[in-house]
Design a protein around this ligand. Sequence first.
Ligand code: ZN
Length: 299
Amino acid sequence: MRRPGGRSRLTVYGGIEAGGSKWECAIGTGPDDLRATTTLPTTTPPETIDRAVAFFEREGPVDAIGIGSFGPLDGNRASPTWGYITTTPKPGWAQTDVGSEIGRRLAVPVAFDTDVNAAALGEHRWGATQGLDTSCYITVGTGIGGGGMVEGKLMHGLMHPEFGHMRIPHDRDADPFPGICPYHGDCWEGLASGRAIESRWGKQSAELADDVAWDLEAQYLGLGLVSVICVLSPERVVLGGGVMNRPGLLELVQREIVRLMNGYLAGPVLGDGISGFVRAPALGPLAGVLGALALAESA
Ligand code: ZN
């Protein structure tokens, strides 16, 4: 959406939400000013990076780029492998330089973080967690990932949060499914991600209609979220990702959280206020790529 007439040359950002199946790229300054966008399939690293660079060369220039990537990744500026996707099981992508390669080819500064931290930042800047100090963004899609902000800053630490690999209670008598995580079997992602749903029920989440299956999904999501809420004390939790597109699932999960808390953290948000406390992204599916634009500001 290029504006007619000569807009003065103000700072313009590029954003990439680098996902395992597609890359969303955008140029602009925010949700009301997206000047160009494209979606690229994630193929090999050289081909995917070439196509992204070509998009920014064609539609730019941009002054800085923010990349919110699937991981795990190295986001430590002081590290020799900063900008790398590291130990991913995704074929061909382990130990791949994404951040410095793109920065070098476009000759712009780059900010590099996880896709979910980018989405958390996007929701904080323009969406559901504006003005809050402490919040989490959790995506339940092909995998489960989480990011968040504490005192208005993205969480990093040892590397970056890996909410999806938390261990949650698993009653093997009730649910003998062993889980699909190649590292842990029945961690949260192993039991409740889109890939877990597909493997357990033989259907993708979009085609799964069985109420029993969705009740189990809501139980597992509730168990993980109760841990997130107890450990981090977020003021709001945003729950995105393709699996959450299932009508009614968010409400089932909210009910499950209230049930599992059992009146212990009884503040208003864990009773009648649960629908505001655990909610869908205000930016919808654009949270990640808009967050990448917000990330670019810090580059
Ligand atoms: Zn795991």
